[in-house]
Design a binder for this molecule. Structure first.
Ligand SMILES: NC(=O)c1ccc[n+]([C@@H]2O[C@H](COP(=O)([O-])OP(=O)(O)OC[C@H]3O[C@@H](n4cnc5c(N)ncnc54)[C@H](O)[C@@H]3O)[C@@H](O)[C@H]2O)c1
Length: 331
């Protein structure tokens, strides 16, 4: 099976490539990645893949690579909410125009397509209610990031309906695990602590995220590619709801510090309150189950990874902190 992975040098895409090579001996993997600040060639160290550096908005390149593939798994995106507030343009280009080019190519070549998306397209939930997102929840995105992801999902649905493209969509909750850029919440806190910097939390820290280990996300993606119904959307989650304050307290404890050893900073505009995923369809229809049930031990393993792989994250760290410092002045 010839698999084209876009964004395969990013966090989830690179873990997907490693998992694919480890579990599917028949897979020949091509990675298309622009190596933006978020992509790292070293995330694919040891992976036997063909690597193509390029943009998903490059229609001619995408057409050629899709024509050489049996399945396309589209991870490439501008993925960071904070950056989307400071500079939304690249989000429209990559997330919307890039998806359009891929859809046109899979349509021309009749290639199977799987679209990776986020639960953030659904907006947020109240803190103290039992509601969770389902495949029927209406779209209600809050940020330029989530609105461009929502737009790309709608393009996929339209290309299925109008042109019979063979596609599925998954909307997943917050991922954690190795090789995540240090701009993101968990790696930022962990690497700050390694550097002796006290953690800082947006607002009251009671915002709830539904955490899933990246390997569970990726095994669910394969279940959908293998057994999903064409044209369907599947929500991916693992019952991992934890508020941000608790995540920071856990990190501090696991790193040998007092759990209350952090500060609060002014909240980010439009900061979603709570996300929670109902993944019944994935379980009942496709028989998928997560392997990482214990957030604390997954977190401990992730901290160990960042401790052992300073060479991987150190080059990103100072530029990331400089960006945060500028954004905090603007917001
Ligand atoms: N991180 C999460 O918790 C999470 C949760 C649900 C869904 N998702 C989705 O999963 C996908 C991957 O997220 P991630 O966290 O791995 O992101 P990431 O930012 O770590 O990686 C994105 C990758 O895409 C590449 N890229 C960016 N623009 C490109 C372009 N125009 N052309 C080609 N390559 C380009 C980057 O170089 C990078 O390697 C995204 O679609 C995101 O919306 C992420």
């Amino acid at each position: 099976m010839r698999v084209l992975v876009t964004g395969g040098a990013g966090f989830i895409g690179s873990n997907f490539v490693h998992q694919t090579l480890a579990t599917r001996p028949d897979a020949e993997v091509t990675v298309l990645d622009a190596l933006t600040y978020a992509g790292s060639r070293s995330s694919l160290e040891g992976a036997d893949v063909r690597f193509v550096e390029g943009l998903v908005q490059d229609g001619a390149l995408v057409d050629r690579l899709v024509g050489e593939s049996d399945v396309v798994v589209h991870f490439a995106a501008e993925s960071h909410n904070d950056n989307s507030l400071a500079s939304p343009g690249p989000f429209v280009q990559t997330n919307v125009v890039g998806t359009y080019e891929l859809l046109e190519a899979v349509r021309r070549h009749d290639v199977r397509y799987h679209h990776i998306s986020t639960d953030e397209v659904y907006g947020d939930l109240e803190l103290d209610v039992p509601d969770r997102f389902t495949e029927a929840t209406p779209y209600n995105p809050s940020s330029p990031y989530s609105s461009t992801k929502g737009a790309s999902d709608l393009l996929v649905r339209a290309w299925v309906r109008s042109f019979g493209v063979r596609a599925t969509i998954s909307n997943c909750s917050n991922n954690y695990g190795p090789r995540q850029h240090v701009e993101k919440f968990i790696p930022r806190q962990v690497t700050n602590l390694i550097d002796g910097v006290r953690p800082r939390l947006y607002g009251d820290g009671l915002n709830v995220r539904d955490w899933i280990h990246v390997d569970d996300h990726n095994s669910a993606v394969w279940a959908i590619i293998d057994r999903g119904r064409m044209g369907e959307t599947y929500l991916i989650g693992a019952d991992g709801e934890v508020d941000n304050k608790t995540v920071v307290a856990e990190i501090l404890t696991l790193m040998g510090r007092e759990p209350g050893d952090f500060d609060h900073v002014t909240d980010r505009p439009g900061h979603d309150r709570r996300y929670a995923i109902d993944w019944t369809r994935l379980r009942d229809e496709l028989g998928w189950q997560p392997q990482y049930r214990d957030f604390r031990s997954g977190l401990a393993a992730t901290i160990d990874w960042y401790r052992a792989n300073e060479d991987w994250w150190r080059p990103q760290k100072s530029a990331t902190e400089a960006r945060y410092a500028t954004a905090e002045q603007v917001l």
